[in-house]
Design a binder for this molecule. Structure first.
Ligand code: FE2
Ligand code: FE2
Length: 163
């Protein structure tokens, strides 16, 4: 994740939004719950102020350490084939968050850099969930229950087209 190659995020005039969306469901209750939490923390981070930035960075760092550790444990337990690639992506994210948290805490980067990190996380997350975490969820279900996970997504379009 090239955090510092991102463009400047202008967040002064308007609050940025990042909301949970059922397209991110992977059908594993614990993973989905953790992902909802990530969305909340990333949305808080992109809307943080100079007063709340350090705490928001600490909150998301603690979250991803546990989040990624739990997924790693699932991968190891079930001998997930694409484990290295998945863990590598997690590690890049941890590195980026820790780097910005340290630099911001030491006054070496500004609030806008924290927001660039938040924007990069928000841009990265849905793709990671759809490609990597959902593959893990499917694999985990097959290994544990011999079947693919069942995902119920709320969709107004589907609901209307059924009528
Ligand atoms: Fe995840
Ligand atoms: Fe993941």
């Amino acid at each position: 994740m090239e955090i510092f190659n991102e463009q400047v995020v202008h967040t002064k005039q308007q609050a940025s939004e990042f909301n949970w969306d059922d397209s991110m469901l992977v059908g594993h209750e614990a993973i989905d719950e953790t992902h909802r939490e990530f969305v909340t923390l990333a949305a808080t981070l992109i809307n943080c102020s100079d007063i709340s930035a350090v705490q928001s960075l600490i909150d998301i760092e603690l979250h991803i350490l546990l989040h990624f550790d739990n997924e790693k444990a699932m991968m190891e337990r079930t001998e997930f084939p694409a484990m290295d690639c998945h863990i590598d992506e997690h590690n890049k994210v941890i590195q980026a968050v820790q780097q910005v948290r340290e630099l911001y805490s030491n006054g070496k980067v500004k609030l806008n850099d924290v927001k660039r990190l938040a924007k990069a996380l928000i841009d990265w997350f849905p793709g990671h969930v759809i490609y990597m975490d959902s593959a893990l969820s499917t694999w985990f279900s097959k290994k544990s229950y011999n079947g693919a996970p069942v995902v119920f997504r709320r969709s107004i379009t589907n609901h209307l087209s059924e009528k």
